[in-house]
Each structure stands twice: as structure tokens, then as C-alpha cells.
Design a protein around this ligand. Structure first.
Ligand SMILES: [Zn+2]
Length: 342
């Protein structure tokens, strides 16, 4: 089969479109013919190297995958060749205490497609049956690949971690990112008042179209000052961040008393300064969040099928152009998900 692999860590130029062996399935696996695979920032981290993570080389990235079942193992009962499916991006053991509680991403064996198992930058991918979900409703393959990782992340951040309540005020950092564009929509399900930030006016317009009530252009305005103005000095109940160092203080200063800051990533760095006095004095909470459980993804998919949550697709490229697509993501010239078609 054809795949995009890298044999060493480095810039986008290490991504090679080449022949790779077709995956062999075990009795409880299925083989999926990939129709679409969405990019995530994780793909860039993997390519440049994550401290402490030793990837098998050559490596196939890609965590968000939709496709058609090509072949099933002898013990597979739930799907048949030809079925339209998407893959739940997180792989967990299914039989530890955390998994029993539905806390897949707290499983000690947790990994994702494209991290310690081969991902979707390929014509075929192997998946455990447990990770296969039927594509709901009349969703296209592109929509089905654009949803899982970012909506699951936003859902877990806002509900499981931050405990969002109806009508609260939410600041979403980076509306143009996958997580940002998902978080705006998830927060609006709870009739939250959403303030979204982005670095370009065209992105802010799109954020408004997704439901953001207020927008802040962070290249021209101070996030903390604007939040103060928009909330009559109160601050917001919840901040959704995935950017880290560059906006950390602005995020923290934007919190109301009893506010919760939830973060799922640190794309600009993880060295943070904390105003401890404001943390206890204003009874604020800082929450880490990482992916979520299959049950949460099932909840998300119901709402996507009902068109209450919408996949946000920036663009589609052929798999051969994975390097160009990753460069585009690194340049932040996007709104929503970039998809690859093998
Ligand atoms: Zn487990």
C-alpha cells in the first residue's frame, strides 16, 4: 500500500510518500480502507519528536480516521466488510479499573492511532474491533474524520473536567484551531455565552458563524482587558486553552472568582507562571485534560448526526501532500480541520 511515513525526526520534509507493507490483522482486528484522515497538532509533535516517547521507525501518523471496512478478523462480530466506519482515536486496554469507569485516557496502556500504533496517513489501517464505530446518519467520510479527536477533547474539557453549567460564560482561546472550533459549539449546546479569540478577522467571522457571541483579535487587543470589558469586570466562568505559555497569564487573569481554567495542550510552550495569590484568594481551579472516553465520543456523535454539532473542515489534500498540509497547520493559516485523502 501507499503511506506517508517518516524514518527520522525533523521538519515536514522528512514525510515520505512511499510503499509500505499492508497491515496484517489479528482475530479481533479489522482492516480499514482509509477514506479520510484529519491532521492534528499531535502529528507535528510526533514528527519533531516528543521527549520520552520512542516511536517505531518508519512511523505512520494520523489519529482521526474514517473509511470502509475491508476485512474482519475471525472473532469480529459487530462490523462487516463494506461498512462505513470511523475510528475512536484512543486505544485503551478495556479491562483495567480506569477503563471500567470509562476513563479511557487514564488507562496506563492508553495510546492513539498514529502514536504507538500505525495511523491513518496510509491507504489501510489496522484497528481493534473495540475502536470501530459506524458513521452516524448521512455524515460524509470527511465529516466523520474531522470530528473525533477535537470534539472528544472539547467535550471532555468542558463537561467532565470544567463541569460547565447552562448559561455560564466561556472564553475559548484559538477559535481557528480544531479544538477551538469544537469548543465554541460544545459550549453553545449549554447556552453558554462564548467569547472566542483568534489572530485574524476572517477567523473571528467564522467563529461568530459557529455561535461565538463575542470575539477578540489577540493581535490587536489584550485578551484579559477585553474579557474584563465584556463581562463588566467579572471575568469568565471557564477558560478553554490549548496554547499554553503565550496566553497563560491572560487566561488566568480572565477568570472570575471560582472560575476554572481547563487546558489540553501547550502549543507555545509549557513553562508557566502562576499568580498563587489570585489562585487561592479568588478560589480558582486549574484543570488538565487529555482526550476522553469512547462513551463521550458516542455522545458527541449523536449530536453530530442530529447536526447540532458540525464538523469544521478547512481543506482537503491528497495524501501525497501531507508535508504541505502540515506546514499549513504550523503556519496557523487555517480554520478547522485539514484532511488527507489516500
Ligand atoms: Zn485500561
Amino acid at each position: 500500500m501507499k503511506a506517508v511515513r517518516f524514518h527520522e525526526y525533523g521538519g515536514p520534509e522528512v514525510l515520505k510518500y512511499e510503499d509500505a507493507p499492508e497491515p496484517k490483522i489479528r482475530a479481533t482486528d479489522i482492516l480499514v480502507k482509509v477514506k479520510a484522515c484529519a491532521l492534528n497538532h499531535l502529528d507535528v509533535w510526533l514528527r519533531t519528536g516528543v521527549p520520552g516517547w520512542e516511536l517505531q521507525m518508519p512511523h505512520i501518523a494520523g489519529s482521526d480516521i474514517s473509511g470502509e471496512v475491508a476485512e474482519v478478523g475471525s472473532l469480529v462480530t459487530r462490523v462487516r466488510p463494506g461498512d462505513r466506519v470511523l475510528l475512536s482515536p484512543g486505544i485503551s486496554c478495556g479491562q483495567c479499573e480506569m477503563c471500567f469507569h470509562g476513563l479511557d485516557s487514564a488507562c496506563r496502556q492508553y495510546t492513539l492511532f498514529g502514536v504507538f500504533v500505525d495511523g491513518g496517513y496510509a491507504q489501510y489501517v489496522r484497528s481493534p474491533e473495540m475502536n470501530v464505530m459506524p458513521i452516524p446518519g448521512d455524515l460524509s467520510f470527511d465529516e466523520a474524520a474531522a470530528v473525533p479527536l477535537v470534539f472528544l477533547t472539547a467535550w471532555h474539557m468542558l463537561f467532565a473536567r470544567a463541569g460547565l453549567k447552562p448559561g455560564e460564560e466561556v472564553l475559548v482561546i484559538g477559535a481557528g484551531s480544531g479544538v477551538g472550533s469544537a469548543a465554541i459549539q460544545v459550549a453553545k449546546l449549554m447556552n453558554a455565552r462564548v467569547i472566542a479569540t483568534a489572530g485574524a478577522d476572517w477567523k473571528l467571522e467564522k467563529a461568530r458563524a459557529l455561535g461565538a457571541d463575542e470575539v477578540i483579535n489577540h493581535t490587536q487587543q489584550s485578551i484579559a482587558e477585553e474579557v474584563k470589558r465584556l463581562t463588566h469586570k467579572r471575568g469568565v466562568d471557564v477558560v478553554v486553552d490549548h496554547v499554553g505559555a503565550a496566553v497563560w497569564e491572560a487566561c488566568f487573569d480572565s477568570l472570575a472568582t471560582y472560575g476554572r481554567l481547563v487546558t489540553c495542550g501547550m502549543t507555545t510552550g509549557a513553562d508557566l507562571k502562576l499568580n498563587g495569590q489570585a489562585l487561592f484568594g479568588r478560589q480558582r481551579t486549574i484543570l488538565g485534560s487529555f482526550m476522553g472516553g469512547k462513551g463521550e465520543l458516542a455522545d458527541v456523535l449523536k449530536l453530530v448526526a442530529q447536526r447540532k454539532l458540525k464538523a469544521v473542515v478547512d481543506s482537503v489534500s491528497p495524501l501525497q501532500e501531507a508535508a504541505v498540509a502540515q506546514r499549513k497547520m504550523e503556519g496557523r493559516e487555517l480554520f478547522g480541520k485539514i484532511l488527507l485523502h489516500p
